[in-house]
Write a protein that binds this ligand. Structure first.
Ligand code: BT5
Length: 330
């Protein structure tokens, strides 16, 4: 879509002006058509400065996620064919779990501008102010429950791919459910499942991603370990575009997962920051220390403990021992 192409070109050039002539030439349209698209973008809340001798430059982007743009841009087979966008909800995961139980189709996305009771794992809180992305996807894979952790890994691969495509941030995955930029947490995934003993009924894949919020709105203890995409790039990130990209990457990686889950593991390995590191993993009943050696075919983390034995953990919190020290941790 030409309007989106103009937006992309203005975004790439950051605070520099792009001439109407250059935009017209690049997109093979008239300068009058460029002007019309600029006006349309302004209508949607983009603030664009126009200076006759210089051209156009993007001053700010609208603050709201735009459902109409999402619906126009989503070209996926399944994920995001239906998007519910809420101004505020307790938790998009809880809302999606209810919708899934009531029969909502696979691929449905529930997204919200604000969560009042965003959930992390094990009853923890996901702090969810304005300016970020909070979304949950309903999936109905025909898999055994022990394969469900792979859906979290699949989701992480899709989110990291989308971030890398839409921004210059080199996001990475920390096992099992964290998205990091450098040494700070930028997002997290929460997978909730309903299953019979031998078959999953539905899975809700929840994604929280810090995008444009003011990081100062986090409590200090969390803020010192967290970051946002806009803090990393130095400019605001288009949340609508990012949400569409996440839907499209999820669509692609979910199909890959259903065909051949080993491919997910390979992609995950290439994007992860856990394997090869000294780790401490705490789960409900144990704490294991050692070197993270691999993930196995069920997505469990395989650790070589100090005494040389290999141990696989299915869930837990990983602390990475900072390289070059044995005390500082992330
Ligand atoms: C997670 O849990 O990282 C999973 C987060 C999933 C959130 C999404 S948002 C959409 C969907 N709906 C929901 O209700 N949830 C999902 P966990 O690994 O347990 O990490 C939680 C910990 O991360 C907290 O205890 C804090 O220390 C930290 N934290 C909380 N909010 C944060 C934020 N906005 N940015 C970075 N770290 C945060």
């Amino acid at each position: 879509m030409t309007k989106d192409d103009i937006l992309r070109l203005l975004t790439i050039s950051k605070s520099a002006f792009v001439s109407g002539e250059k935009l017209a030439l690049k997109l093979n349209i008239t300068r009058a058509a460029v002007w019309k698209h600029i006006k349309a973008l302004e209508q949607e809340g983009y603030e664009i400065e126009a200076v006759p001798s210089k051209g156009y430059r993007l001053m700010s982007i609208p603050d709201a996620i735009n459902l109409r743009d999402i619906e126009a841009a989503v070209k996926t087979k399944m994920i995001g064919r239906k998007v519910h966008l809420l101004a505020e909800v307790e938790s998009t995961n809880s809302a999606a779990v209810e919708m899934a139980a009531a029969g909502a189709p696979e691929g449905t996305i529930v997204a919200a501008e604000v969560q009042t009771g965003g959930k992390g794992r094990l009853g923890r809180t996901w702090i969810s102010p304005k300016g970020n992305l909070y979304l949950s996807v309903i999936l109905r894979p025909k898999i055994a429950p022990n394969k469900a952790p792979l859906v979290t890994l699949m989701g992480a691969v899709a989110v990291v791919s989308a971030i890398r495509k839409q921004t210059e941030v080199h996001a990475q995955i920390k096992w099992p459910n964290d998205i990091f930029s450098g040494e700070r947490k930028i997002g997290g995934l929460l997978t909730e499942m309903r299953a019979e003993p031998d078959q999953v009924r539905h899975i809700v894949l929840g994604i929280g991603l810090n995008v444009n919020m003011n990081a100062a709105s986090l409590p200090p203890a969390v803020a010192s370990l967290a970051t946002t995409l806009s803090a990393e790039t130095g400019s605001p990130v288009n949340r609508t575009g990012l949400l569409v990209e996440i839907a499209s990457e999820l669509d692609r990686w979910y199909q890959t997962f259903l065909k051949n889950d080993a491919e997910i593991l390979r992609a995950w390995e290439a994007m992860n920051m856990t394997i090869g590191r000294q780790v401490t993993v705490s789960s409900a009943n144990e704490t294991i220390q050692g070197t993270a050696e691999a993930i196995d075919h069920d997505g469990r983390l395989v650790i070589r403990t100090i005494d040389g034995a290999l141990q696989a953990v299915a869930a837990g919190d990983v602390t990475l021992v900072k390289r070059g020290t044995d005390t500082e941790t992330l």
